[in-house]
Design a protein around this ligand. Structure first.
Ligand code: KG4
Ligand code: ZN
Length: 331
């Protein structure tokens, strides 16, 4: 009999329900994105996000079970994100996960959202450790050495804004809406990335990142110029961010002598990052991998895959007293 694992995600503004068969076969991956609701505020409003998670989890769970052709009683394991993220939204998914597991009398695992982004690779496009993980999302920008599954060492991280946050703030100041990452990616295709000379903070220094100075430089141009071609500005910003990520990821891989760089988190969907990092890595004989687009941004399948792995590894399930951990990290 296969093992069926339910994964619940609600760390930010995406409600995600995934159902996994065995280690990584995705039977359903239902996502409800609240981004349109939060767009008018220019960012996520935690209280509104919590309420929408409450409203959406039950219908998404029903849809996911339907799609997987299963009923609740078929589930063998339940996992839910317990951090990092917004405390209210986390509480909704975590409480649902714990109560479902309790009533079904199956093991429950609280899942680190960052570890789950790394595990998204257990789906299609598999990667085996050791490798370097470049985790780039709205909340994180980290370089992590994955020696074994479950064994992580943080080599570098942002000292201020996360790179996805910088994309979203540039989107806000140019009025293109939230979340801005995909929009900047698309609009940049019509722009010239060399038209604005934006800074690449800390490019030559170590493995940490800094994006606040870049964001301020973009803001000065937006406020200081009468008119400019928006795609040029966005492409120049994107290029500065992508160059920094590329440079540091390659530096870290060479320093740690690993041959593979794997990119995950929402910003890993960025087409210019995929192109530039793959090409630069190739010059050093390094290989790269990116999760399929559906597994790049927040989703329940990645939570389910991580929970399934913990169950298979006979890890101790989480206690029902486990609470949300908003500033949880990895490594
Ligand atoms: O991993 P994720 O869904 O949520 C967090 O855990 O933060 O990442 C969301 C972030 C947002 O900042 C969004 O603007 C960014 O990922 N993003 C992108 C792209 N698609 C999503 N950034 C750049 N290019 C993209 N194509
Ligand atoms: Zn995420």
């Amino acid at each position: 009999m296969p093992i069926y694992t339910l994964g619940l995600e609600s760390s930010c503004d995406e409600t995600g329900v995934g159902i996994i068969e065995g280690a990584s076969k995705i039977l359903a991956n239902k996502i409800y994105s609240q981004s349109e609701i939060h767009e008018k505020y220019g960012g996520v409003v935690p209280e509104i996000a919590s309420r929408n998670h409450l409203k959406k989890f039950t219908p998404l769970l029903e849809e996911a079970l339907d799609e997987a052709n299963l009923s609740l009683s078929d589930l063998d394991v339940v996992g839910a994100t317990y951090g990092p993220g917004l405390v209210g939204p986390l509480l909704v998914g975590l409480s649902l996960g714990k109560s479902l597991a309790y009533s079904l009398e199956v093991p429950f695992y609280g899942i680190n959202h960052l570890e789950a982004h790394v595990f998204a690779h257990f789906g299609p496009g598999k990667v085996a450790p050791p490798f370097l993980a470049l985790l780039v999302s709205g909340g994180h920008t980290s370089l992590i050495l994955v020696r074994e599954w479950g064994e992580y060492r943080r080599l570098g991280e942002t000292r201020d804004d996360a790179v996805g946050e910088a994309f979203d703030k540039v989107g806000h100041m140019t009025g293109i809406g939230y979340p801005a990452g995909p929009k900047i990616d698309k609009l940049s295709k019509d722009g010239d990335p060399s038209s604005f000379a934006f800074p690449r903070p800390m490019l030559d220094e170590g493995l940490d990142f800094s994006f606040a100075g870049l964001k301020s430089a973009v803001s000065r141009e937006v406020n200081g110029r009468e008119n400019f071609f928006l795609p040029d500005l966005l492409a120049s910003f994107q290029e500065a961010a992508v160059e920094t990520l590329t440079e540091k990821a390659i530096r870290a891989a060479r320093q740690e002598e690993v041959g593979h760089i794997s990119v995950m988190g929402g910003v890993s969907a960025n087409s210019r990052l995929r192109e530039r990092l793959s090409a630069a890595a190739g010059e050093y004989g390094l290989t790269t991998s990116f999760p399929p687009l559906a597994l790049c941004t927040d989703n329940g399948a990645m939570i389910g895959i991580t929970a399934a792995h913990k169950y298979k590894n006979r890890e101790e399930p989480s206690g029902h007293e486990l609470g949300p951990s908003p500033s949880l990290n990895l490594g």
